[in-house]
Each structure stands twice: as C-alpha cells, then as structure tokens.
Design a protein around this ligand. Structure first.
Ligand SMILES: [Zn+2]
Length: 78
C-alpha cells in the first residue's frame, strides 16, 4: 500500500500517462480508505481540467499574440 506521499506522485503520474494495473489497483485501494488523498485527487483533477481549458492560449498565432500585445500597450497608454 503506498503512503500518502507516494500517492501524490501516483496521482500526478496517472494524469500524464496510464499507469500499469498493479499501480492503479493499489492507488484505488488507497483512495477507498484515505479521505485526504481523495480530496487531493479531486483538487488535482480540478486544476488539470482548468489548465486544460486554457490550452488554447498557448496555441495563439503570432498575429493574434501581436494583436493582444498592441491592445494591451494601447490600454496602458490611455
Ligand atoms: Zn492517503
């Protein structure tokens, strides 16, 4: 059974890549008995979802980025 500290690593890893079933099963077993890790997982999933929702900001075209910069520069001049 992983410790809560090890669980933070497992939970983070599980968001990046599918874990092998032995790790997945001990992780789910730990989640069944540990409210702290369930809460941590809920927060982690929430943050992951929020950040994934803003992915489009990283893929703006150069033209769009320049338009935003120009607009911000204009606002600071006012
Ligand atoms: Zn725990």
């Amino acid at each position: 059974m992983p410790s809560c500290k090890e669980m933070t690593r497992l939970l983070s890893d599980s968001l990046e890549t599918p874990l092998p079933w032995p790790k997945r099963s001990v992780m789910h077993l730990h989640l069944l008995i540990c409210g702290t890790c369930r809460r941590y997982r809920r927060h982690l999933l929430f943050m992951h979802k929020v950040l994934a929702g803003h992915n489009h900001l990283m893929f703006l075209s150069d033209t769009a980025k320049q338009r935003i910069k120009d607009s911000l520069a204009k606002k600071t001049e006012d």
